[in-house]
Write a protein that binds this ligand. Structure first.
Ligand SMILES: Nc1ncnc2c1ncn2[C@@H]1O[C@H](COP(=O)(O)OP(=O)(O)OP(=O)(O)O)[C@@H](O)[C@H]1O
Length: 241
């Protein structure tokens, strides 16, 4: 197994009076896909937002590439090579696809070679380049949101439920694109409720419940272990089938 690119140790996050993350221990090995599973409200989104510095950890440590990033602000964390695709996708629906992509790039002009690669990865980006992003379908918006996140090379991309509400054909296209992304040097931490999809793409898996990681290991082992799945399904994955 590769070295860990990201490590959370004993991370606690409070949102107002609510103690949401209660000591999260999570490792994301470099170069693969780690899937974060768990029922609604388990704390998956809060974990991603805490990594990005959108919520501050009140306790614990987050290390990225062996540097402590706990307490850094979000732009600084982003500059270190972490991108975040939130569940609401963060697409500007009043702007064109081209404008959405241009705004996502820290350095102008956009690298044309990389843009060509992105258009091959997500064909609707090229097809609808001059269209308003508001006219895209849900799946196309989701592709745009991931495309924006990788407009420049990233070490790590955090993606919150990219297949939510999408038709099977679009889920397959998204899965294929994420698989290809992984083949470049991008490590992926993926929140996913669709276990069938998650098990085809995940290398490692962590399951959350009540603000803690209750299981972590190799995805293939979980996918092949019906008893373990049943134990965790009952606890945390019941809503994911
Ligand atoms: N801004 C907020 N204010 C108050 N409570 C919040 C806020 N954001 C999240 N929570 C609470 O934190 C808990 C964890 O939410 P979180 O969104 O991290 O869960 P999740 O595992 O991502 O679930 P989902 O799949 O529903 O997105 C939930 O109980 C939620 O109600």
């Amino acid at each position: 197994m590769a070295d860990n690119l990201l490590t959370l140790s004993g991370v606690h996050t409070l949102i107002g009076p609510y103690h949401i993350l209660q000591g999260v221990d999570l490792v994301v090995p470099e170069g693969g896909v780690t899937v974060l599973l768990g029922r609604n409200g388990a704390g998956k989104t809060t974990t991603l937002r805490t990594i990005m510095g959108l919520w501050n950890a009140s306790q614990g440590e987050i290390r990225f590439d062996d540097h402590l990033i706990t307490g850094l602000d979000t732009p600084d964390i982003s500059r270190r090579g972490i991108a975040y695709v939130p569940e609401d996708m963060g697409v500007f629906t009043d702007l064109t696809v081209a404008e959405n992509m241009t705004l996502a790039a820290a350095n102008a002009p956009i690298d044309q070679k990389r843009l060509g690669w992105i258009k091959a990865l997500f064909p609707p980006i090229g097809t609808f380049w001059n269209a308003s992003a508001g006219t895209l379908s849900g799946g196309q918006k989701q592709m745009l949101s991931v495309a924006r996140a990788v407009i420049e090379p990233r070490r790590l991309i955090l993606i919150d439920e990219p297949t939510k509400g999408l038709a099977p054909a679009i889920i397959k296209a998204m899965t294929d694109a994420l698989r290809e992304l992984k083949e470049t040097d991008t490590t992926i931490l993926l929140v996913e409720q669709n276990f069938a999809m998650a098990s085809t793409i995940g290398d490692t898996v962590a399951v959350m419940d009540d603000g803690r990681i209750i299981h972590s290991g190799v995805m293939r082992e979980l996918a092949e272990d019906d008893a373990m799945q049943e134990k965790l399904m009952g606890l945390s994955l019941e809503a994911h089938q």
